[in-house]
Design a protein around this ligand. Structure first.
Ligand code: PLP
Length: 438
């Protein structure tokens, strides 16, 4: 593919090609109602997903001890990180800083506990309703009976994953009684494979990258009429599971009396792989907060799939390989070469921009958070802080703030770094991470 013409049109792509950390500002972002032109799904679908999750709360409470604190609802704290905020204010950060701790979500210990678990439950409910195991008004904990588990054991769920989606789908499916096969790319960490196998999931490993694992998983699943494939690149169900986060965050902000309006902008920074989880969360947040919301994704310099997809307009029709980029990064959750075309399309009018981050910085930010807040999250997660820190550094972001009339509002702004994973990382591996790139 001749990429020269793309670089001429979007000079930032020169930095991307050269693996230089950068910021792409989305020129296609829209405001007001114009955001939603051509998008034919919205709040109704998000609320439907929220209700489904609530129907399953009694079952989740029964199976997973760590969901009991919130009565079977899988949700994470929004934590004010004042110490780190103070440190960053000595540089040029302005506003209030929070950590959305999806890193510590129940069951799967990552943001994948939202979409991944939701899609397994969606499928389980469909099967259970069609076969008269339950009605929508029943207490779903009956699905834990031996007889109902035996019913689920006739069905298989499959997924391709770099790790965390596999954990989420694998743990949930196996716990409900399904057969589950997780197709893992070569970036997947050994401990994630071991954990999955210990839960009863079948793990298949491939030499290729994430896209290859997905392809093989899909092909294998398609051969079996009783098998269901979770499609990380195109699933609307996953997307809506992630979007529910917005309803929950809205309530958390209200509870903390944090105002979001045009004079009190909300900035959210989310690490991005294939795009489904940050895209779903962003979609939901935009529905609620409209023009007061500003969202940036962050990708590794070695795997800037969504940036390349959106900046060229080709979405899933282009891969980082077309830019001569290898896709290799310590951020295993973000090690994706080709983005979701579906998400890229939806984000076109919504997303503010995408930062790229070099791997060494991931570990610096991990230490920064650990030293100041005593919170440990995995490398992929730490990418969020690149947005927090660099928003006031790049010329392009300063220009963006000015153009959006935000410069004088920064002192009233709220910033959320979305921590996307970490709880399940074994202690000795976390300790090793904390000493990486020192
Ligand atoms: C999966 C994942 C992401 C990114 O989600 P995508 O849906 O692939 O964009 C970010 N951080 C962590 C820890 C993840 O596991």
């Amino acid at each position: 593919m001749d990429i020269k013409k793309f670089i001429e049109k979007e000079p930032v792509l020169e930095d991307v090609k050269n693996l230089k950390p950068t910021l792409w500002i989305n020129p296609n972002k829209k405001y007001g109602d114009a955001v939603w032109e051509g998008i034919d799904f919205g709040m109704e679908e998000i609320e439907d997903a929220d209700k489904r999750l609530r129907r399953f709360a009694p079952l989740l409470k029964k199976y997973f001890e760590d969901t009991r604190e919130y009565d079977g609802v899988i949700e994470s704290p929004l934590k004010k990180i004042s110490n780190l905020e103070k440190v960053l204010k000595e540089e040029n950060f302005m506003g209030d800083l929070y950590l959305k701790m999806d890193s510590h979500l129940a069951v799967a210990g990552s943001i994948k506990a939202r979409g991944g678990i939701y899609e397994v439950l969606y499928h389980a409910e469909k099967l259970a309703l069609e076969n008269n195991l339950i009605t929508e008004n029943d207490d779903y904990s009956v699905l834990a009976s031996d007889e109902n588990r035996k019913f689920f054991s006739k069905y298989t769920i499959q997924v391709g994953s770099t790790g965390n989606l596999g954990l989420s789908i694998g743990i949930t499916s196996a716990t409900l009684g399904f057969n589950v096969i997780v197709h893992m790319s070569n970036d997947a960490k050994q401990w994630k494979k071991d954990l999955l196998r210990s839960k009863g999931a079948t793990v298949k490993e491939y030499e290729g990258d994430f896209t290859a694992a997905v392809e093989q998983g899909r092909a294998e699943s398609d051969k079996d009429p009783n098998s269901y494939f979770v499609d990380d690149e195109n699933s609307m169900t996953l997307f809506m599971g992630y979007a529910v986060a917005a309803l929950r965050l809205q309530k958390q902000l209200e509870d903390k009396k944090i105002v979001v309006d045009k004079d009190h902008p909300l900035f959210v920074y989310i690490p991005c792989g294939v795009g489904g989880s940050p895209g779903g969360v962003t979609f939901g947040l935009k529905k609620i907060f409209g023009d007061s919301l500003h969202v940036f994704f962050i990708e590794p310099t070695h795997a800037p799939a969504m940036l390349i997809g959106m900046a060229t307009g080709l979405n899933s029709k282009i891969s980082v390989k077309d830019f001569g980029i290898d896709g290799k990064t310590e951020a295993d959750g973000l090690a994706v070469g080709r983005p979701s075309g579906f998400v890229g399309g939806v984000m076109k009018t919504i997303l503010d921009g995408i930062f790229t981050i070099s791997d060494d910085k991931l570990f610096d930010y991990m230490r920064l958070l650990n030293d100041n807040e005593g919170v440990q999250i995995e490398p992929s997660s730490c990418a969020a802080f690149e947005g927090v820190i660099k928003l006031n550094e790049y010329e392009s972001s300063k220009e963006y703030l000015k153009k959006n009339n935000l410069s004088d509002k920064m002192k009233n702004s709220t910033h959320i770094a979305w921590a996307t994973g970490g709880k399940l990382v074994p202690k000795e591996i976390m300790e090793k991470y904390l000493k990486t790139y020192l």
